[in-house]
Design a binder for this molecule. Structure first.
Ligand SMILES: Cc1ncc(COP(=O)(O)O)c(C=O)c1O
Length: 371
């Protein structure tokens, strides 16, 4: 296989999807794929067998879902829609979620507007990284309770909140208590409510039974409401790897291996979060005989994936497999330094590997000027 390459695993997707479908069935809720985390559309037919549809972050993802998951629910949220975007969105989407009262006022009379909802800020989040915390002071995401009055909601059918990131059902329980305390008075006039993403449902050890209890309890108290969850990560969690080759090894004080994959270009959350990907056969620094700093092939000094130890010396041509690389990876890729984009391949359930997409110089050039 040519590297770098994201290798998706159909069986692992199906495992995740079965867990999500179980929640959907047992709790009587609807579950959407948040395309921002994963939008490799050749997998959409499989995802559509288990979930209710998708949610989009804007016009392009909404169009992708319309084209590649036809006939399923198509929701969209954006912090600030433009009129030109809205003209497309009303053709493709059945639910649109506004981020502010100003946006709702602006678009409420828009021709053929689908079921409209408002994102609110529940004023509570347990997310530690500020960059991923939509409830951090000064947040632009969701209307704070003190900026909302009943008259603003005239004509809206849904409320939406999103304030979690890779978290358990216990966090949803606490968040929901805040949401209901602040916004519960508005629920009787709504048709649906959306609890956003960040539910790490397919993670080992996630308390699925507690989630089902919370959702059923909420539905018992609000039987007229359709309840949505829109996880991204949970759909593709641990369902893909990034396969990369060692280009060069430098025998410095801290030995360095330069890979053909870059943290900056191909796994930006490693730097933003920051988090440390797990690598097949590698351990923590010092745990195995040889420790290396793994870096990318760009000019950025900080393009470093981390320090890892291996049982034997690394050499040029060695192949490394980074785990859990299907989410927030190729959706965020860039071609900084002209570094080629990794190809995307799928291992089918029968073990056969099919390359879904390879990228070339043309993909780099076409983003920078006239074709
Ligand atoms: C509004 C909204 N919904 C859903 C998600 C998906 O979250 P996750 O991939 O953590 O489940 C996000 C992630 O940022 C989001 O902003």
């Amino acid at each position: 296989m040519k590297t770098p390459c994201y290798l998706l695993d159909e069986a692992k997707f199906e495992r995740n999807l079965k867990i999500l479908a179980g929640v959907r069935r047992r709790a009587g809720v609807k579950i959407l794929l948040a395309q921002k985390a994963f939008s490799c559309f050749p997998l959409y037919p499989l995802i559509a067998r288990y979930l209710d549809g998708t949610t989009a972050s804007g016009e392009h993802e909404a169009r992708l879902a319309h084209e590649e998951m036809p006939g399923r629910e198509n929701h969209v949220f954006n912090p600030a829609f433009t009129e030109q975007e809205m003209r497309s969105i009303v053709k493709w989407c059945d639910h649109v979620i506004f981020n502010s009262v100003a946006q709702w006022r602006r678009f409420r009379g828009f021709p053929r507007l689908p079921s409209a909802g408002l994102r609110v800020n529940p004023g509570y989040s347990e997310v530690e990284h500020e960059i991923y915390n939509p409830c951090a002071p000064g947040s632009r995401l969701g209307v704070p309770r003190d900026r909302l009055c009943a008259a603003d909601l005239e004509g809206l059918e849904g409320l939406h909140f999103h304030s979690m990131c890779e978290q358990g059902a216990d966090v949803l329980q606490r968040t929901l208590a805040h949401f209901e305390r602040l916004f519960g008075e508005f629920l009787p006039r709504m048709k649906w409510v959306n609890f956003g993403g960040g539910h790490h449902i397919t993670r080992r050890g996630y308390d699925v039974a507690l989630l089902v209890r919370i959702l059923k309890d909420f539905r018992r108290r609000h039987p007229w409401l359709e309840v949505y969850l829109e996880p991204g990560e949970a759909v593709a969690l641990d369902a893909g790897t990034l396969v990369t080759t060692v280009r060069e090894v430098l025998d410095y004080d801290i030995p360095v291996a330069i890979l053909d994959a870059s943290a900056e270009c191909h796994m930006p959350d490693v730097l933003a979060m920051p988090y440390r990907p797990s690598i097949v056969g590698a351990g923590a620094p010092g745990e195995k005989r040889r420790t290396y700093r793994l870096g990318g092939p760009t000019c950025l000094a900080g393009d470093v994936i981390g320090d890892y130890s291996f049982a034997r010396r690394l050499k040029q041509g060695d192949v490394l497999v980074l785990r859990d690389m299907a989410i927030y990876s190729f959706v965020k890729n860039n071609t900084f330094n002209g570094i080629p984009l990794p190809s995307i391949a799928l291992r089918a359930k029968n073990g056969r590997i099919r390359v879904l997409r390879e990228f070339s110089y043309a993909d780099f050039k076409s983003r920078l000027g006239p074709a």
